[in-house]
Each structure stands twice: as C-alpha cells, then as structure tokens.
Design a protein around this ligand. Structure first.
Ligand code: DAH
Length: 359
C-alpha cells in the first residue's frame, strides 16, 4: 500500500471513530487545519518537479476530497443520532396539568357570573352591558320611577357633580335595570338578554357594600306571560344550585318598572343544622321580577300592545354567598389572599352545563 493509501485509511478510520461533534472537529483540524497532516501534504506540491506534481498532485487532492467527504458524512450521521436521542429524551406528556400548583384564583363573583352566563346562554340569552356611570333617564325615568321616588334620594344614590350633555343628572348606576333600557332602545326585539355588572349604593354594613354586583334578565317577545317567567327562573335556579328539588314561591310585590311585580322566594331545608337550598322548610328571598311595565316598553319606543316581556334582577354576591356558604359580604371586596385562597376557584374550573356549573 502506498503512503497516500495508508494515510487515507488512517484518516477515514479516525473520522469513523469520532464519537461526537467535538471529537470530529478535532479530527478535521488534525487533517485539514492549517497545521493539519493533509494540508502539510498539499504544501509539498510546491517543492515537487512538474512530473512528480502531475503524478502525485491529483492523488493528494483526491485524498483531501475523500477526507472532506467523510467528515461531512460523519457530521450528518452524528447530528441525526443526536436529534434521535433528544427526541427520545424530551418527551412531553400533554395530559399532565399545565401547572401542578397554580397560585392565584378566580373570585367567586367572577365564577358565579360565568356560571350564570353559561346557564342563560343555554336558554338562548346573550350577555348585554351598559355603563356604570349612567344618566338619570336610563337609571330612573325610563324605568317608570316617578320624580319623587325615594330611590332617587341623595342619601341612596351617588350623584356626580357634573351634569350630563343634555343637562340631566349623572350618577353611578344603582341597579343593572338601565341595561334593559339600553337593550330595548339599541336593538330590535325580540330580546333575550342578561346583564351582569357592578352597581353602587350609599350603604355599608355586613350585608351591604357601596359597590356590589347584580344580574338583570330581560325578555321582550310577543305573547309572553308570567308562566314563561316562572319556568325560566325555576330552570335557572335548578341549574345554578344543581338540585332538582328547588321550590319557588312567587309573592306579589312592587317595582316601578314591572306590573305585576313578584318577589321570588326559594325554599330551603335544614341539613345537619345548616340551611341548604332545596325543599320547603323555610323561604328565602332571591329575586325581584315581573312583567315589564307598558310605560317602560313605551318609553323605549316600542308598542306595548305588540311587545310584552318579563324582567328579573338579583344580587350576584348574594347568589354566591347562598351557593358557596360565605356569610360576610364585605370579605368579597377586601382583597385578602387567604380568603381568596379558600373561596376562590382554579383558573381551569370553567363552568359548563355538562360538567356541572358549580366547579
Ligand atoms: N332593580 C331591582 C333592584 O335593584 C331588582 C329588580 C327587581 C330587577 C325586579 C328587575 C325586576 O328587573 O323585574 O332591587
């Protein structure tokens, strides 16, 4: 075997024997680097006679080509092996929880609002909203409150010092009912909406906070009766409290914007010394409701002989307290991490009707 053949065998052997990228690079430098063995051979060409060079030159070049080719092939093989090893090593189990111990939690008010939206979406209602800074017309007048109604009094309602564009009073909405007016004036009936949101009243004790949450419901349709209202509320409360033995009691009442008006009580029973919703050992008021007053329908530019409807409203915080057993409303708004840690919900506890809305 000639010297050059021997060298080829040697370098091909060393290339094949390189176990990783670093070893292979060392072989490359040793063969083809500035001080490399093959490079040194190439340098000898300059000192050769023309005949010798013609004979040996192509063989040296061929040697360099062969070693270069072998290096490239080996590099590719090593990279492929490395990728295979990584793929085998870095398996991801997509069924594992995203975060084993999520911190932070969803506030019970947000959770209950999501539950309500889920329940009413299933009944064909959409979610509507309105501004928290309202005007006197949407909050009171269009809802058939007479000018001297006590709810308009300064000591109940937060008024803004500046008047609105039309010179009317501006205030923090005292209930979500003005969203009824915005829905009726802003959209074409039929309407099936719920409107959850913040409301404000000048009140503060264990069961009242200056800001709290309500949800309003409104249906405007043809041929709507009190029976539709009762069925809707019963269906809603059964889904919300996740019990089939929900019993409702409708009591005659009065609201300026409904006629007739009813207050809705839900029956409770005593289980292990605690009140639980369901049964009828006692009654708890949960909702205000009624048939939308013709004056309200008329104020919104609709004909009350053509369109009727029902409305209801209740406190979201109160619903949360009843369902999840908290007893002080003020804690809802303290922002205490310990309370939220105890009563809050996981970010992934999304309420669904199929999975049970109460996560
Ligand atoms: N707006 C009432 C309140 O704040 C609640 C209410 C009662 C809303 C009867 C309604 C209703 O839509 O029909 O106390």
């Amino acid at each position: 075997m000639s010297n050059l053949d021997q060298m080829r065998e040697e370098w091909l052997g060393r290339v094949a024997g390189a176990e990783d990228a670093a070893a292979l690079e060392a072989v490359r430098v040793a063969a083809l680097g500035k001080q490399g063995a093959v490079t040194a051979l190439l340098k000898t060409l300059g000192g050769m006679s023309p005949d010798e060079r013609q004979e040996t030159g192509p063989r040296i070049h061929a040697l360099r080509e062969t070693v270069t080719g072998a290096l490239a092939e080996r590099k590719e093989a090593l990279e492929a092996a490395e990728l295979d090893a990584r793929l085998a090593r870095e398996t991801a189990d997509v069924t594992l929880p995203v975060a084993p111990a999520p911190r932070g939690s969803v506030h019970p008010v947000s959770q209950v609002m999501d539950e309500l939206a889920e329940i009413f979406a299933d009944l064909g209602f959409s979610v509507a909203s309105g501004p928290e800074i309202e005007d006197d017309w949407h909050n009171f007048t269009a809802l058939n409150f007479p000018p001297d109604h006590p709810a308009r009094a300064m000591h109940d309602t937060f008024y803004l010092s500046e008047k609105g564009a039309e010179g009317g009073d501006r205030l923090l909405r005292t209930h979500t009912s003005p969203v009824q007016i915005r829905a009726m004036t802003g959209r074409e009936p039929p309407l099936y909406i719920i409107a959850p949101g913040r409301v404000y009243r000048s009140d503060s004790d264990a069961t009242h906070t200056p800001m709290f949450h309500q949800i309003e419901g409104l249906v405007i349709e043809k041929g709507i009766t009190l029976a539709h209202l009762k069925w809707t509320l019963e269906t809603f409360l059964k889904a919300f409290f996740e019990r089939d033995d929900i019993v409702l009691r409708l009591r005659p009442s009065f609201f300026p914007f409904t006629e007739p008006s009813v207050e809705v009580d839900v029956g409770y029973s005593i289980e292990k010394g605690k009140r639980v919703i369901g049964g009828s050992d006692g009654w708890m008021e949960v909702l205000g409701s009624g048939m939308v007053h013709p004056n309200v329908i008329r104020a919104c530019g609709l004909d009350p002989d053509e369109w009727q409807g029902f409305a209801f409203g209740t406190g979201v915080d109160r619903l949360a307290m009843l369902k999840y057993g908290m007893d002080d409303l003020r804690a809802f708004f303290d922002g205490d991490g310990r309370w939220l840690g105890h009563y809050g919900f996981g970010a992934l506890d999304v309420p669904t009707l199929s999975g049970g809305v109460g996560a």
